[in-house]
Design a protein around this ligand. Structure first.
Ligand code: NIG
Ligand code: FE
Length: 421
């Protein structure tokens, strides 16, 4: 549903204005309008500017009005990397990691992603949709208005398609926009151990079905030592591109394998994780305009070194931040936690972090033309904080500062009152 809404007298409207990824120094300019206002008509932004100026002589009849005095207004956050549709949980593995087992050791012993695969294969569509719906509600309350979600807990055609169909069904019943990614190459299923090339052949078969049913826009692969090699990832993603998917990679997460270089070579829309990305890979990505999607919650949860955000931005990369919400490596969809980690441990400024979670998140899912900033013509996806500045987001460490969430011009979440959806 599309709404007509006026937000007026905000202490600041943080526009993040732009229609493509912001690179390097561009990430620092949030294009703030003090005493700002936004007019949304039919779900789209009609005007943004000084509150008094845009409302002068404007006929407000038929518009809801929100007074945002002493509050900051921002574009809705874009969580551009999640795995939010899954069956089962893995709290035991978290405990093993606390004892010293590594994420990859657990995976090699048959746990990790394989555990979630078992649970997701046996879960009904209804139960996956019910848990997915709850997770979307939780994301919305953190100010996320668009989320990317991956398959990858099936590793067989029926379950991969089941996950993607659940996402498609959720789009119909939840206000959140969902960008779907096919991640059939997420792990090697036990039945294919030792014959990874044959599994890639099967994933390529699945791709054709996913394309035919129009269930995903992106194709992703876990390019990692002991999972899929650079060569296998290249073969899969080239085929994906031929079928019209945009490429994404889980790249250089645990080991420096050349995933960043491959992302640049293929013109991927994003390469994600990048904890171990090489200097050359980072330069290649900057040159090829591949968005570097950094997932600090995963480095934090796995006690791995953080990705080199500062170096990437200084080299001219466009950096996005996302949660990687999943049942294994990062069971958190907390946006304020990601902000705190980015500014405290990754040397990003508050301004860069805001850009990374808005317009650059949108660019990481190929939507910078329609969301991620408060610009005329874009979707009316807006958040209002309970504080006067965006600086409170990381400063109020780990606490949600979002008071109101507007999607397509309608209030879909409010701390003060829960509206019907
Ligand atoms: O992005 N690294 C691979 N995939 C996910 C984790 C999935 C899981 O452990 O269930 C990630 O970290
Ligand atoms: Fe991931």
């Amino acid at each position: 549903m599309q709404g007509n809404l006026i937000i007026k007298d905000a202490s600041e409207v943080v526009t993040c204005s732009g229609f493509k990824a912001k690179r390097g120094k561009e990430m620092s300019d949030l294009m703030i309008i003090e005493n700002g206002g936004v007019i949304i008509e039919g779900g789209h932004i009609k005007a943004v500017g000084d509150s008094c100026e845009i409302l002068k002589d404007f006929d407000t009849h038929g518009f809801d009005i929100i007074d945002a005095k002493d509050k900051a207004v921002l574009p809705g956050f874009v969580d551009s990397h999640t795995h939010f549709v899954f069956g089962g949980y893995r709290p035991d593995e978290f405990a093993w990691r606390l004892r010293g087992d590594s994420y990859m050791d657990i995976m090699k012993q048959g746990g990790g992603i394989a555990n979630s695969v078992k649970a997701t294969r046996s879960a009904s569509k209804e139960s996956l949709a019910a848990s997915g719906l709850k997770r979307l509600d939780s994301m919305l309350a953190f100010g996320v208005t668009t989320v990317e979600g991956k398959s990858g807990y099936g590793l067989d055609s029926d379950t991969e398609i089941k996950q993607l169909e659940v996402m498609q069904a959720l789009k119909e019943i939840h206000p959140m926009d969902i960008a779907a990614t096919f991640l059939g190459a997420h792990a090697i299923p036990p039945e294919f151990k030792g014959d990874e090339d044959a599994f890639i052949d099967l994933v390529i078969d699945m791709l054709a079905q996913v394309a035919q049913k129009d269930l995903a826009e992106f194709c992703d692969v876990f390019c990692e030592k002991s999972v899929f090699s650079v060569e296998q990832s290249r073969r899969l993603l080239l085929q994906a591109k031929r079928l019209g998917f945009r490429a994404k990679l889980h790249a250089d997460e645990i080991v420096q394998l050349g995933g960043a270089e491959l992302a640049a070579e293929l013109g991927a829309v994003s390469a994600d994780h990048l904890l171990q990305a090489s200097d050359q890979g980072i330069k290649d990505m900057a040159h090829a305009c591949v968005v570097a999607t950094l997932l600090p919650g995963t480095a934090f949860s796995l006690k791995e070194p953080y990705a080199r955000a500062r170096y990437m931005i200084d080299q001219g990369c466009a950096v996005a931040l996302a949660t990687d919400f999943n049942p294994g490596s990062c069971f958190s969809n907390s946006i304020p936690l990601m902000f705190a980690l980015a500014v405290l441990y990754m040397d990003m400024s508050c301004e860069e972090a805001v850009t990374a979670m808005t317009i650059n998140g949108a660019a990481a899912i190929d939507r910078a033309q329609t969301i991620g900033s408060i610009d005329k013509g874009k979707k009316g996806d807006i958040i209002i904080l309970e504080y006067p500045s965006y600086r409170f987001i990381p400063y109020h460490v780990g606490v949600n500062t979002v008071e109101t969430v507007v999607k397509n011009g309608r209030v879909v979440f409010s701390k003060n009152k829960l509206p019907e959806m």
